[in-house]
Design a protein around this ligand. Structure first.
Ligand code: GLN
Length: 484
């Protein structure tokens, strides 16, 4: 049962082959049994899941036909969910039980989705390997000595090991696409503003975007349709109708103009990954797509730009964790300053502190112009590069990551090397663009990801390209042997 896609489970439930309760029980058994080796979850919520499954079965018995009704998934622990611990991977929020639902959680609840629990993640979504989590690292199902990527490492590993057919995730600089690539699954980061950020714990508000990790583009389309839409509670959510993504997935690729990002193939790309990307491009060409090289001259500046903008926003967003209202509070504070200092000192991990300090520095008087303002200008140049490229091509395609999944511990002492793992993903966040990563083969026996980036609100097009590719290939159906 666990090997099915969301669409498959949806069909199975509709045909009465099994109930949501049976499906949920079967998946919960795997989630619990495999937790010690994968550590993909922070909270397993069996009781709530079984109650939700029973409710979904009752709704179906009463005649409701929502395609997601009774389908089990998991939520990244960055999304607030009523009555659930929502830790964001941090000691700071290790005991925080949310009194409300994030909009994404509420919408999926309304659709009848059953949540099995909350997935592990880098602390406050800051990381590329899931090693900054207060709850310990997640292991890559393809090789348990390797990282799953981050920050949505728990969601990606859970889907790769088929503990759940889909899991929510968020992407500030690559946190959906990079772990999806390293775990051999499908990840979709929508356009900034497409999915509400309400109730999604903020890291860098101008970059954060909620999305989904699945095994197929078809499933991503189904889930995006349920998650997306205008939300008056998020002032940056965009008031545009949500297309029926799943309904128009199968458009032919003839005449599709694909831009090959020159800069992505230039530096540090593992030749074994490049081979897989070139093969994928050839396959798209055989389907009638037209390839041409495109250059985005300012793209190489995206990592340094991001590491000014993101820490600046995080230093401001994380100021709310002060030990006063909720979250970790130190023992016996002497006075208010001591309360702030020790609560934050004890509650945050090293990477989060590094970002807060960098962010405070680049925003401080005297350095603001030199760093923050300059980074904002370069961000604009990068966005302009993309805009120009999309006057010539429909989508941009390249690798998602420069390397395959690396060994646990191999980069954790060197933040800059770790930051460079996001070299291909950050550009889309700086420009607010939608982007996907889909499995495109193996390099040294580990999954490689193909990245597809499109203009604002072109999710339909990205999903269509991904779906067409997945119709011709079976990389997305591969499951590590231990989890079949
Ligand atoms: N790895 C990047 C970082 O550490 C991106 C994280 C993310 O997208 N949340 O900031």
């Amino acid at each position: 049962m666990h090997l099915q896609t969301v669409a498959g489970m949806s069909a199975g439930l509709a045909a009465g082959r099994y109930s949501s309760l049976e499906l949920t029980r079967a998946l919960l058994e795997r989630v619990t049994r495999l937790q010690p080796e994968l550590n993909a979850f922070i909270s397993i919520e069996a009781e709530a899941a079984l109650a939700a499954a029973a409710a979904a079965d009752a709704r179906r018995a009463a005649g409701e036909r929502n395609p997601l009704l009774g389908v089990p998934i998991a939520h990244k622990d960055i999304f607030c969910a009523t009555g659930s611990r929502t830790s964001c991977g941090s000691k700071m929020l290790a005991n925080f039980v949310s009194p409300y639902d994030a909009t994404v959680v509420a919408k999926l609840r309304t659709a009848g989705v059953v949540s099995l629990g909350k997935t592990n993640m880098d602390e406050f979504a800051m990381g590329s390997s899931n090693e900054t989590s207060h709850f310990g690292p997640v292991r890559n199902p393809w090789d348990l000595t390797r990282v799953p990527g981050g920050s949505s490492g728990g969601s990606a590993a859970a889907v790769a090991a088929r503990l759940v057919p889909a899991a929510t995730a968020t992407d500030t600089g690559g946190s959906i696409r990079q772990p999806a690539a390293l775990c051999g699954v499908t990840g979709l980061k929508p356009t900034y503003g497409r999915v509400s950020r309400y109730g999604m714990i903020a890291f860098a508000s101008s970059l954060d975007q909620g999305g989904i990790i699945t095994t197929t583009a078809e499933d991503a389309a189904l889930l995006l349709g349920a998650m997306a839409g205008f939300d008056p509670q998020d002032s940056t959510s965009v008031e545009l109708p949500v297309p029926d993504y799943a309904a128009s997935l199968d458009q032919p690729l003839a005449g599709l103009k694909i831009g090959l990002l020159k800069e992505f193939f230039e530096q540090g790309l593992d030749p074994a990954i490049e081979t897989q990307i070139r093969a994928a491009l050839q396959l798209l060409q055989q389907q009638g797509a037209l390839l041409r090289e495109v250059s985005l001259p300012n793209l190489p500046l995206s990592v340094p730009t991001y590491y000014v903008v993101a820490p600046a926003e995080c230093s401001s967003n994380l100021a709310r964790f002060d030990g006063v209202r909720y979250g970790h509070r130190c023992e016996n504070p002497r006075d208010l300053t001591d309360l702030y200092k020790r609560s934050r000192g004890e509650g945050f991990g090293t990477e989060v502190k590094r970002r807060i300090m960098t962010g405070t520095y680049v925003l401080s008087a005297g350095y603001y112009d030199a760093y923050y303002l300059k980074a904002q200008r370069v961000r604009q140049l990068i966005a302009d590069d993309f805009r120009r490229a999309f006057t010539e091509v429909d989508v941009l395609i390249g690798p998602t990551t420069p390397t395959v999944a690396f060994e646990l511990g191999s980069k954790s002492e060197d933040p800059v090397t770790m930051y460079l793992n996001d070299i291909y993903t950050i550009g889309a966040n700086l420009a607010g663009l939608p982007a996907m990563s889909i499995p495109c083969g193996f390099a040294s026996s580990l999954p490689a990801g193909l990245q597809i980036i499109g203009p604002h609100f072109s999710e339909q097009k990205l999903l269509n390209v991904a779906h067409r590719y997945q119709r011709e290939t079976d990389w997305h159906t591969r499951v590590p042997e231990r989890y079949r």
